[in-house]
Design a protein around this ligand. Structure first.
Ligand code: IMP
Ligand code: MG
Length: 179
């Protein structure tokens, strides 16, 4: 049943699973015979990352980093890398897995981060895209769902560290973050 703090389910678990399968097939085609490093941008991408990598029949290293937006809970500020990767990306094909491209600032920061460290290529797979919110020009190479300007939770996305474990993506009730 839907969580009482959620207004409505925007994307069901079944719809997510179908798109994740398709994204996995896209990665399988693109990285056949290669050994890319797949990077999970914690924490929001964690759930998507694990499902996506299992849907892709590729040989990939899994690595993790964190970028914090240092804004308020629903209004992002300037992104800063708060946890670095375990491995080096120099000379590697990188698959960056993102939960959502919102203003685009995180993506710009991370593409620059990988370029500066000598990555051979960077392929971005995003679960969600909110094109109406973009303030810097940036986009993923593969997007599962384009969504409107709602504050969303579930399937990795949080509000104040809650709701990440919901199996669907839902619109949070406004009174929850207006409190
Ligand atoms: P950016 O604005 O594109 O840099 O995205 C920054 C981060 O804001 C994303 O990686 C998410 O963690 C977070 N974010 C943006 N929109 C939402 C949302 O609707 N729900 C939860 N987190 C969001
Ligand atoms: Mg967040």
């Amino acid at each position: 049943m839907i969580h009482p703090d959620c207004e409505r389910i925007l994307i069901s678990a079944e719809e997510i699973a179908a798109k994740v399968r398709a994204a996995g097939e896209w990665l399988t085609e693109k990285f056949r015979g290669k050994f890319p490093v797949a990077v999970c941008n914690l924490k929001g991408s964690g759930v998507f990352f694990c499902d996506l990598l299992r849907a892709a029949q590729i040989d990939a290293e899994m690595d993790f980093m964190a970028v914090s937006s240092y804004g308020s809970d629903t209004v992002p500020g300037r992104p800063k890398i708060t946890r670095h990767l375990f491995s080096s990306v120099a000379g590697r094909d990188v698959i960056l897995v993102e939960d959502i491209v919102d203003t685009g600032r995180t993506l710009v920061t991370l593409r620059r981060f990988f370029a500066e460290r000598g990555a051979k290529s960077v392929t971005v797979v995003a679960l969600l895209d909110k094109p109406s919110r973009r303030v810097v020009e940036s986009c993923a190479d593969y997007t599962c769902f384009e969504v409107g300007d709602y504050f969303l939770v579930g399937y990795g996305l949080d509000y104040a560290e809650r709701y990440r474990n919901l199996p669907y993506i839902a619109v949070l009730k406004e009174n929850v973050y207006a409190k």
